[in-house]
Design a protein around this ligand. Structure first.
Ligand SMILES: *[C@@H]1O[C@H](CO)[C@@H](O)[C@H](O)[C@H]1NC(C)=O
Ligand SMILES: *[C@@H]1O[C@H](CO)[C@@H](O)[C@H](O)[C@H]1NC(C)=O
Length: 348
C-alpha cells in the first residue's frame, strides 16, 4: 500500500516534470485545391485534393530558397509570425447514389479551450526538453498518400477517434493515438465527430532541410503519442519540436445510415479515394526569423500572445480572412458526381 502510494506519487511527479507548455492554435483554410508543392512541385491538378492552411505565399512551386515569412502578406493561422504551410487530404462522404460531398470541419474544444477555425486544422508544437526549431527551407511529410496497409502505419502517430459527444467542447477520451483510436476512419452512426491526428517525427539528421522522399531526413524518436517525442536515434540526433495536426471532421449530418452506400464501400474516405491508412500531412516551415525557437525556449503556451518571443495573435475573423484563389480551379463544394481525382470534378 505504502509502495503503491509512493509509486503513484513518483509517477505524478514525473508527469509534472515532463509537462511542458506547448503551442496549440487554430488555422483556417487558405484554399482547397489540387496542388502539392512538396510531392508534386509545379503541378496543377495533382492526383488528389488538399486543404492548405498558413501563409498566403503558398503556391505550386514553393522554391525552398524563398522565405514564406518574407513573401506572405497574411496567414490563416493564429500567430502573425507563422507563415508556414500545413496541408492534408480532405474527407468526403459518399452517398448511396454515388455522389460525394466534403465533410465539414470545425476547431477542437478539449480541456485546453475551444479553437475556432473556418475549415482547416489545429496545429500543435510540443517540445520535450530543449528542442531545436526548424530552419528556413525545412519541410517534411508524415504518412503515405498511397498506403492501404494499416499495419504499415505508425498507429501511435496517425490515428482517428470516434467522438460520440455532440459537442466538440466535451473532450472525449485520453491522449491522441491511445486507447481505442484506430488507423481506419471509424464508421459508426454514433460518431458525431471524427478526430484525425497526424504527429510528425521529432528527430532530425541536423543537416538536410528535405530529402527525396521528404521523410528520411527525419525520424520518430522512442515511444509514441503527443508527448514531444522520446530519445532520438544516433542517425537523427537533433530534437525538434513535435508538430501535430488535429482535424475535427463533423460527420453529424451523415448519421442516417439509409444515406450510406449499399455496396459495402465506406461512407467516409479521404480525397485519394482511400481510407485512414493513407492519411498524411505535409509541412513547409515558414516562421519569421527565430520566432519559433524563441517560442519554444520561452515556454510560450497555447494560442495566446507571448511577448518574450515576440508572438502576437490574430482574432479568428482576422486569420479566417486570409484566403487564396485556387491555382487549379475546379468545384470542390456541394455535391459532386465524382471526387476531384485525376479528372476535373463534375458538379452533380
Ligand atoms: C511562386 O512564388 C514565387 C515567389 O513569390 C514566385 O517567384 C513564383 O513565380 C511563383 N510560382 C508560381 C507558379 O506562381
Ligand atoms: C445523392 O444523394 C444525396 C444525399 O441523399 C443528395 O443530396 C444528392 O442530391 C443526390 N445526388 C444526385 C445526383 O441524385
Amino acid at each position: 500500500m505504502q509502495w503503491a502510494t509512493l509509486l503513484a506519487a513518483a509517477a505524478a511527479l514525473a508527469q509534472n516534470a515532463a509537462a511542458q507548455n506547448m503551442l496549440r492554435f487554430a488555422c483556417s483554410q487558405l484554399v482547397v485545391e489540387r496542388t502539392d508543392p512538396l510531392v508534386n512541385p509545379g503541378m496543377k491538378y495533382t492526383p488528389h485534393l488538399h486543404q492548405i492552411v498558413g501563409g498566403d505565399s503558398f503556391n505550386v512551386t514553393m522554391d525552398p530558397n524563398n522565405d514564406p515569412a518574407q513573401l506572405s502578406k497574411c496567414t490563416s493561422c493564429t500567430f502573425n509570425q507563422d507563415k508556414s504551410n500545413y496541408w492534408t487530404a480532405v474527407m468526403f462522404f459518399k452517398a448511396k447514389n454515388g455522389s460525394y460531398i466534403r465533410v465539414p470541419q470545425i476547431g477542437n474544444g478539449g480541456p485546453q479551450g475551444k479553437l475556432v477555425n473556418d475549415g482547416g486544422l489545429d496545429v500543435y508544437y510540443i517540445p520535450s526538453g530543449k528542442v531545436t526549431a526548424f530552419k528556413k527551407g525545412f519541410r517534411m511529410l508524415a504518412g503515405s498518400a498511397s498506403n492501404t496497409d494499416a499495419s504499415k502505419v505508425k498507429s501511435g502517430a496517425i490515428c482517428h477517434r470516434c467522438w460520440t459527444s455532440a459537442s466538440e467542447n466535451t473532450f472525449v477520451g485520453g491522449a491522441p493515438c491511445s486507447g481505442s483510436d484506430t488507423v481506419a476512419i471509424p464508421k459508426s452512426p454514433t460518431c458525431k465527430l471524427i478526430r484525425q491526428t497526424i504527429i510528425f517525427p521529432t528527430c532530425w539528421d541536423g543537416k538536410n532541410l528535405d530529402s527525396p522522399d521528404h521523410q528520411s531526413h527525419v525520424a520518430y524518436g522512442q515511444g509514441a503519442g503527443a508527448n514531444g517525442g522520446g530519445a532520438c536515434p544516433s542517425t537523427h540526433p537533433t530534437k525538434l519540436p513535435q508538430v501535430m495536426y488535429e482535424l475535427m471532421w463533423d460527420v453529424s449530418k451523415f448519421a442516417d445510415q439509409s444515406m450510406w452506400p449499399t455496396d459495402g464501400s465506406d461512407p467516409f474516405i479521404y480525397s485519394m479515394n482511400l481510407g485512414g491508412s493513407a492519411a498524411h500531412g505535409d509541412y513547409v516551415f515558414g516562421w519569421e526569423g527565430d520566432s519559433l525557437q524563441k517560442a519554444m525556449d520561452n515556454n510560450c503556451n497555447l494560442n495566446t500572445a507571448c511577448p518574450k518571443a515576440g508572438l502576437t495573435v490574430q482574432t479568428s475573423a482576422q486569420y479566417g480572412a486570409c484566403k487564396k484563389k485556387q491555382q487549379a480551379p475546379e468545384d470542390v463544394d456541394g455535391w459532386l458526381k465524382a471526387m476531384p481525382l485525376g479528372e476535373m470534378a463534375v458538379k452533380a
